[in-house]
Design a protein around this ligand. Structure first.
Ligand SMILES: CC(C)(COP(=O)(O)OP(=O)(O)OC[C@H]1O[C@@H](n2cnc3c(N)ncnc32)[C@H](O)[C@@H]1OP(=O)(O)O)[C@@H](O)C(=O)NCCC(=O)NCCS
Length: 196
């Protein structure tokens, strides 16, 4: 028997943006994943890492297995630069409640500052609202992560709250901002007229 409310359209993959390809991870991606997820600059504001060799293998196995989940609620995707075919990072869109999706991204430092995270995040908003049928897309970000905060603001997400001691990880408490984009605000920004 199918659980009520879980008949969800899957995400169309792979997805192209103007300069990037968002696709499923494969075991062949190990070296590239290890390169960025073992880099302390990348994981500075992330609850995990830096990951060692075994930690990366476990993480990659876990997310490849998650591709088979039914219904699938977690889409952690490889980000490939179209011009070079190089895997430059990861992004994710996860349904944390029935109509609420959480987005995130991380890129190898040599690709920071090119507008890639903004391009990825805009594509994830479209995917979350159009295909996952989210009503709200959220993101939580460490209060000191200025680059990510800037990305969330550039894509139109709105600051909603600050969570003091949101989480304890890596031997410290994390203060995080909550950013939110409600569907009607996103629709208005796209010139879509809501039927509600
Ligand atoms: C956060 C991250 C994905 C941003 O990637 P990116 O491709 O460089 O982002 P973009 O180029 O699209 O935009 C970055 C914006 O932040 C700004 N920025 C960067 N560092 C900044 C800083 N220290 N203070 C203020 N703004 C900063 C950039 O100038 C740019 O804004 P602009 O277009 O107005 O100039 C990248 O830094 C990263 O992978 N960090 C490690 C992982 C991580 O923290 N992920 C987010 C978890 S919530």
């Amino acid at each position: 028997m199918k659980a009520a409310g879980l008949e969800r359209m899957p995400l169309c993959l792979p997805r192209r943006t103007s300069r990037l390809l968002l696709r499923e991870f494969t075991p062949a991606d190990f070296d590239a994943v290890y390169a960025y997820s073992s880099d302390p600059r990348v994981t500075r504001y992330l609850f995990f890492g830096p990951r060692d060799h075994d930690g990366t293998a476990e993480y990659l196995d876990g997310l490849i297995q998650s591709q088979q989940e039914m219904p699938r609620t977690r889409f952690e995707l490889a980000v490939e630069e179209t011009a070079t075919g190089v895997l430059i990072g990861a992004c994710d869109l996860s349904l944390i409640e029935r109509h609420v999706a959480d987005l995130g991204y991380m890129l190898s430092p040599m690709h920071w500052g090119k507008g890639y995270a903004t391009e990825i995040a805009l594509a994830l908003l479209d995917a979350g609202f159009c295909e996952l049928r989210a009503e709200r897309i959220i993101s939580t970000v460490d209060v000191n992560n200025k680059a990510s905060i800037r990305v969330l603001e550039k894509i139109g997400m709105r600051w909603e709250a600050v969570f003091r001691k949101h989480r304890r990880a890596k031997n410290r408490w994390w203060d995080c901002h909550l950013y939110v984009l409600p569907r009607p605000v996103w629709e208005a920004s796209r010139g879509i007229h809501s039927s509600v």
